[in-house]
Write a protein that binds this ligand. Structure first.
Ligand SMILES: [Zn+2]
Length: 208
């Protein structure tokens, strides 16, 4: 690469970071909490409260699928695999599930995200998951970030950050690279304590 091209690519990467659509986690949690307070409000029986619930539900149908990704991570731990789990969601329905199976499959590409994406593509009979969201317990690595971009995943929700192996907000910041042709919306920090403690316990037990 010539010096002039190298100079050009740096500002491009920076602008990609700014353009990547992100929403802060507290805002999402607020909407999630509001959603889960509905039963308490609706028990009041006041007609105005029902109208409020209907209005908010119409504009804010947020639901976290991270507990189901965590369920996959626990299955990985039970199988002696690094506990990372993922699900792909299409219009509110899970169409792909996966957890790490690299040792079981003797396959370094058997990461949770890849397995879930493969299953979702088979379910929809397509290689493009444009209307799908991926929920994964750990920040995706470079390989999985690449697969997410190739699959055109709409939104990525991840749990714990991975400063050593992650490639979204750590390491190569794959989605900000000039060579990345599809950038999903990224939301981080869902069930991050539980996601990280599963990994910590797994590696602690392996050392004993
Ligand atoms: Zn990966």
């Amino acid at each position: 690469m010539s010096d002039s091209r190298r100079k050009d690519s740096a500002p491009n990467r920076k602008s990609a970071v700014r353009q990547a659509p992100r929403q802060d986690f507290p805002a999402l949690m607020r909407s999630f909490c509001a959603y889960n307070l509905f039963p308490a409000i609706s028990s009041s029986g006041h007609p105005r409260h029902f109208a409020l619930i209907a209005a908010v539900m119409a504009t804010d149908p947020f639901h976290s699928f991270m507990p189901l990704a965590l369920e996959q991570a626990r299955q990985a731990a039970d199988a002696g695999e690094v506990p990372v789990g993922a699900v792909v969601v299409h219009r509110g329905e899970i169409i792909g599930r996966g957890h790490n199976l690299t040792r079981t499959d003797n396959d370094p590409s058997s990461h949770a995200e890849i397995t879930a994406i493969r299953q979702a593509c088979r379910a929809l009979k397509t290689d493009r998951l444009e209307d799908c969201d991926l929920w994964v317990t750990l920040e995706p690595c470079t390989m999985c970030a690449g697969a997410i971009a190739h699959a055109r995943i709409k939104r990525l929700y991840y749990g714990a950050a991975d400063p050593k192996g992650g490639a979204v907000d750590s390491g190569v910041h794959f989605f900000a690279a000039a060579t990345c042709h599809h950038v999903p919306e990224v939301y981080a920090g869902f069930e991050e304590v539980e996601s990280a403690s599963l990994l910590r316990d797994f590696f602690k037990n392996r050392r004993i």
